[in-house]
Design a protein around this ligand. Structure first.
Ligand code: BGP
Length: 480
């Protein structure tokens, strides 16, 4: 059976807004997450137009990668990382997103990070936009709802490409672009929250705004991919989708059809556009039924065809079931990605259903559909860790989760999937995107930072750190 390729890219993933901190240093402007408070599984985080005195905004300090990058990259190198997924804070480069000239101090920071990675032979994998739209673009334009954002984004990306062309080869355009198909994406990804203050789950569910905003993101993504292909032929350009695997709740054909529909809208639509270069025909009926009218301009369709991806990447945490029975679905409402619980699976403390075999299934579906190299760029278990008195963290639950997922990735490779690499989420503890907590930890490395804002940010290797190091050293064959 085929095993992981020799040059398999083992590593870990982070995002600037959840990791860097230093939210207002060296000329950085404020972005959407700087306006987000912390929350919990039970209490949704809030977004506030004005900063409230005495309220904690966790992204502002986060895990302070800004001042710990040397130490953190040393730790990544110690585990044997081949690749380091990170993102660039748009507002560090363009504080409002609208400047002509970039902020040199911001550019210098990433120069230092890339140089440090190079020292250890670690390849950066850079997301251009990971949930951190400049807040000024929300205020002025209602985020991605406005077409103007395309130019600003292309300018931002072209500055990064030119500056880092000799340092970065792998780029992803928008993190979890398909989150925009769901209400939560309006805050995190699309920034269509002009004037909105309140809990993130209270954002009005406006289909027209979200799908128009997505159209602009598709165009922006296609523009920068086209630019990269023309000017920087050694770049590899990827998408990034949140793969919310869905199964029919029962074998009732009505459930099967409902599942197919949800799979298309949530999981396939965005990557169909980004990988194939055109809107899939199934969307026409959906747009009609929801009263959505996508405003397109001349040349849009052609551009989409010209800016398709070189490789497909996705995050995978869980699966859910789809039921055509409104009563069953209503009872389950409140799940992050919708759907009904699967009686065969157990869930994490945050209600995310753990399904390693679903990863194999998803990899096969993705590969069969696009025949493009694939990378799993997020996966992992958000869990509460306990720091023992002698300063250790024993996290067998995390090792178990990851082991079972890696086993299934190997099965998928055996099935014929061209799998390029694996970067588990939050390889070092970072702020949670959905809840704003620090307590929801994913890392191999613990960061002493807590939900009341205290903590000295000390880095501590968890048991999983030593385990993952062995996994990498053995190219995935030693999972014990
Ligand atoms: C994805 C995001 C990440 C990350 C991860 C874990 O949706 O791309 O930014 O945070 O999920 O989610 P959470 O932090 O909510 O546990």
């Amino acid at each position: 059976m085929q095993d992981f390729r020799k040059d398999f890219l083992w590593g870990g993933a982070t995002a600037a807004n959840q990791y860097e901190g230093a939210w207002d240093l060296d000329g950085k402007g404020d972005s959407v997450p700087d306006h987000c408070t912390n929350g919990s599984h039970a209490q949704p985080k809030r977004v506030t137009v004005e900063f409230e005195a005495g309220t904690l905004y966790p992204s502002r300090e986060a895990a302070d990668f800004y001042h710990h990058y040397e130490e953190d990259i040393r730790l990544a190198a110690e585990m044997g990382f081949k690749v380091f997924r990170m993102s660039i804070n748009w507002t560090r480069i363009f504080p409002t997103g609208m400047e002509e000239q970039p902020n040199e101090a911001g550019l210098l920071f990433y120069d230092k990070v890339f140089d440090e990675l190079k020292k250890y032979g670690i390849e950066p994998l850079v997301t251009l936009s990971h949930y951190e739209l400049p807040y000024a673009l929300v205020k002025k334009y209602n985020g991605w709802y406005s077409r103007e954002l395309i130019e600003y984004f292309v300018h931002y990306a072209s500055v990064l490409f030119e500056r880092y062309k000799d340092k970065v080869k792998y780029w992803l355009t928008f993190n979890e672009i398909n989150s925009g198909t769901m209400p939560l994406g309006a805050v995190l990804s699309l920034g269509t929250i002009q004037g909105f203050s309140g809990a993130v789950n209270q954002v009005p569910n406006d289909y027209q705004v979200r799908f128009q905003a997505l159209h602009h993101q598709f165009l922006a993504s296609a523009r920068v991919i086209k630019l990269a292909h023309e000017k920087y032929p050694c770049f590899k350009m990827g998408n990034m989708s949140l793969f919310a695997t869905k199964y029919p709740h029962t074998c009732n054909p009505a459930d099967v059809l409902k599942c197919q529909h949800e799979m298309r809208i949530v999981n396939w639509f965005c990557s169909d556009v980004q990988a194939r270069g055109y809107y899939p025909s199934y969307m026409e009926r959906f747009f009609e039924e929801k009263g959505i009218k996508i405003h397109k301009e001349a040349g849009d369709d052609e551009l989409l065809r010209q800016g398709t991806i070189d490789f497909y990447t996705f995050s995978y945490y869980m699966s859910t079931c789809e039921s055509a029975d409104p009563e069953i679905t209503a009872k389950a409402a409140g799940n992050l990605v919708g759907g009904v619980a699967n009686p065969y699976l157990k869930a994490s403390d945050w209600g995310w259903q753990i399904d390693p075999e679903g990863l194999r299934w998803s990899l096969n579906e993705i590969w069969d559909r696009y025949q493009l190299p694939v990378m799993v760029v997020e996966n992992g278990l958000g869990a509460k860790d306990v720091l023992t008195e002698d300063g250790k963290i024993h996290d067998p639950y995390r090792i178990d989760y990851l082991r079972r997922h890696i086993e299934q990735m190997r099965e998928a490779v055996g099935d014929g999937v061209d799998l390029l690499g694996y970067t588990p989420w939050g390889w070092i503890d970072v702020v949670s995107a959905s809840t704003g907590e620090m307590a929801k930890r994913y890392g191999f490395v613990y960061v002493a930072k807590y939900d009341d804002g205290t903590g000295d940010l000390k880095r501590i290797r968890k048991d999983s750190f030593y385990w993952y190091k062995k996994v990498i050293a053995s190219n995935g064959s030693d999972l014990a």
